[in-house]
Design a protein around this ligand. Structure first.
Ligand SMILES: NC(=O)c1ccc[n+]([C@@H]2O[C@H](COP(=O)([O-])OP(=O)(O)OC[C@H]3O[C@@H](n4cnc5c(N)ncnc54)[C@H](OP(=O)(O)O)[C@@H]3O)[C@@H](O)[C@H]2O)c1
Length: 271
């Protein structure tokens, strides 16, 4: 439940909104924000980096979790690191595999009876000049980074539409807005994600479903090890748990509000 108190002017002070909500018998400002406690959250790419940090963040908020990625052992380790008492299930899933994604959504519904938030986070980087890029690598990065987002969103949305609620948070990248040398495959996949989710946003909003796309710059995670490139300015770029905090803020906004897209950059990359 929330109240916007008719506070349409951005400059109006927050306390005015709280006063208006109090006069409407809404006594706590906490009721202004969406309650994450007990929400059911599917996180893809939950075995590492941003996904693992997002799992820990949602667990600390009292959410119930569905952890998906390919490596079951790593998912189990993340599950074991969650706040004691957290309800979490591990579903080994290749997000590019349609049957695996259907199974992920089915298992989530069987276990918890509902889904409230989908975090489309699974993805990887591969960087090479186009002349050195194999067609197989190009196909695979689109299969995981783009088709994976397509499949997870496609199979979760009917449930969200049925209940006329839900949030889809997709971790794209600034590489979805800006091309760079050696980034042909990765940028193509992330530009694709931007077009995909911009379209889905228009479809989903009439069902009260929020489609939020985050475009981080560099984040200190194992992503760079997998891509075989050095981590840039490790001391300056955001840590995975800081991106998780941005996801928390985006999801916790009042249900009638939506951060459609959000660039996340280091405050001071060079120091
Ligand atoms: N780190 C950055 O600088 C940065 C910046 C902008 C955007 N991003 C995006 O953030 C997301 C998370 O990356 P990260 O930085 O946290 O990297 P990471 O630590 O390498 O995590 C990547 C995750 O994706 C999963 N994954 C990869 N292929 C998969 C597949 N086929 N099916 C299911 N899961 C798969 C991995 O799990 P398994 O290996 O167990 O499958 C892992 O959990 C990615 O989409 C990435 O493009 C990262």
């Amino acid at each position: 439940m929330f109240c916007n108190g008719g506070a349409t002017e951005p400059q109006r002070h927050y306390s005015t909104v709280v006063e208006q909500c109090q006069s409407a018998n809404i006594t706590s400002h906490k009721q202004l924000i969406m309650d994450i406690h007990n929400r059911v959250v599917i996180i893809t790419g939950a075995s590492s980096g941003i996904g693992a940090a997002t799992a820990r963040m949602f667990a600390n908020e009292g959410a119930r979790l569905v952890l998906a990625a390919r490596r079951e052992g790593a998912l189990n380790q993340v599950a074991a690191s969650l706040r004691p008492g957290t309800e979490a299930i591990v579903i080994p899933t290749d997000v590019g595999d349609e049957e695996a994604v259907k199974n992920l959504v089915d298992q989530a519904l069987q276990r918890f009876g509902t889904i409230d938030v989908l975090v489309n986070n699974a993805g990887y980087g591969a960087f090479a000049p186009i002349t050195d890029l194999s067609a197989e690598k190009f196909d695979d990065i689109l299969r995981v980074n783009l088709r994976g987002v397509f499949l997870c969103t496609k199979y979760v949305l009917p449930h969200f539409y049925q209940k006329q609620a839900g949030s889809v948070v997709t971790v794209s990248s600034l590489a979805g807005k800006h091309g760079f040398s050696n980034g042909a495959a990765y940028c193509a996949s992330k530009f694709g994600v931007m077009g995909l989710m911009e379209s889905v946003f228009h479809e989903a909003r009439s069902h009260n479903v929020r489609v939020i796309t985050l475009t981080p710059g560099s984040v200190d995670t194992p992503f760079f090890d997998g891509a075989g490139v050095p981590v840039p300015n490790r001391d300056r770029i955001p840590q995975a748990d800081e991106i998780a905090e941005v996801i928390r803020l985006a999801v916790a906004l009042p249900e009638r509000t939506l951060i459609r897209e959000l660039d996340i950059r280091p405050t001071n990359p060079k120091g």
